[in-house]
Design a protein around this ligand. Structure first.
Ligand code: 5MM
Length: 338
């Protein structure tokens, strides 16, 4: 077993998943403004430190993805954030893409940037303790889009990124996300997700990436938010499972979904259903941002000093998602008294 494979498995095994706490500063600004909190580095640290010191980290969070600012912050206790996370037994990851730009090959679509200075950033992040990384490519569905060229160029860049990261001895999370925005139906989401995944693995193989040393972070196959025909949990689970089974090579050690705008309960319910029908060796788990944090963040906005209950809310969400990795979650146990 290679070192990268071991790290990947440690992140997603034993009912653990990933906490995506890598929101960029503009995203955090929006979230803080919405709950009436002043957006600044101190408040971002305060909020994230509450999550990282929760008991739920030990049991349910195998890896946490950080934004560069957080990786370099010092906690209230005086411990650097990376050390505080390591003390929980959680592996540190870092977002290394730098957001979206216009795709030169298809100017009405996007491509992810981040190759400038990437090697330097990887070297520094490794020294501070990061052992995995993340790069997110976004694909939008509409009448005309995505174009073949957008799918291909994003897949090429994801593979190029993954290959560079493995040279630095870190596990690359490959995140090809088909967005939920739009009125497309679940069949369209299936078709685009399948094409995107298949092109990504095509490119990963062409660029000789060790597939046993990556983690895949895909979207679930769901109808667009504005679609008139919303789907049942059963349908979402079956289509997501089939799409991944047919397009992901078996060497990939873990598939950790993004929540993508689904509610906390929807993300848990869908993952639970996927794991109920999983008859493969794939590990299906979570790499949620919003779906792990939303309730805790809202409560923190109103009760910033009530650390116990903020952590209780986060621990509960993490535990519910952990149960869903073995199909043991049920709606009637998903209750919390605050
Ligand atoms: C946590 O959000 C991540 C970064 O967002 P921005 O770069 O837009 O600030 C995002 O990449 C995240 O890791 C994934 O989309 C999963 O998060 P969700 O909220 O979709 O589960």
């Amino acid at each position: 077993m290679s070192e990268l494979n071991q790290i990947a498995l440690k992140i997603v095994s034993n009912g653990k998943g990933i906490l995506a706490a890598d929101e960029s500063t503009p995203s955090m600004d929006k979230k803080f403004n919405a709950i009436g909190v002043e957006p600044n580095p101190e408040n971002r640290l305060k909020y994230r430190e509450i999550l990282f010191t929760s008991n739920g980290m030990k049991d349910y969070i195998g890896g946490v993805i950080l934004f560069e600012e957080t990786l370099n912050q010092i906690s209230k206790s005086g411990l650097p954030i990376p050390q505080l996370i390591e003390n929980q037994g959680t592996i540190i990851g870092i977002k290394v893409d730098t957001g979206l730009k216009k795709n030169p090959e298809s100017p009405d679509e996007n491509i992810t940037s981040g190759f400038d200075g990437l090697e330097d950033r990887l070297k520094k992040s490794y020294e501070i303790g990061a052992r995995f990384t993340k790069w997110r490519a976004l694909i939008k569905i509409s009448d005309k889009f995505p174009t073949e060229v957008a799918i291909k160029s994003n897949a090429i860049d994801l593979a190029k990124y993954a290959s560079i990261v493995q040279n630095f001895n870190m596990v690359p999370i490959v995140e090809p996300e088909v967005l939920m925005e739009g009125d497309h139906d679940i069949n369209q989401c299936y078709e685009i997700t399948a094409r995107l995944l298949s092109e990504c693995f095509n490119q990963l193989k062409l660029q000789s990436v060790d597939l046993s040393g990556i983690l895949l972070k895909p979207n679930m196959v769901v109808p667009g938010i504005d679609c008139q025909n919303q789907s049942s949990t059963n349908e979402i689970a079956k289509m997501t499972f089939n799409c991944l089974k047919d397009n992901v090579p078996s060497e990939v050690p873990g598939i950790a979904f993004l929540s993508g705008g689904q509610s906390e309960i929807e993300s848990t319910r869908n993952l639970n259903e996927i794991n109920k029908i999983n008859d493969t060796n794939f590990i299906f788990t979570y790499s949620y941002g919003r779906a792990l944090q939303q309730s805790a963040l809202n409560y923190w906005g109103k009760n910033p000093d009530d650390i116990n209950n903020i952590q209780k809310i986060f621990n509960h969400r993490a535990k519910m998602n952990s149960l869903s990795t073995s199909g043991k979650w049920a709606e009637d146990i998903d209750k919390i008294n605050i």
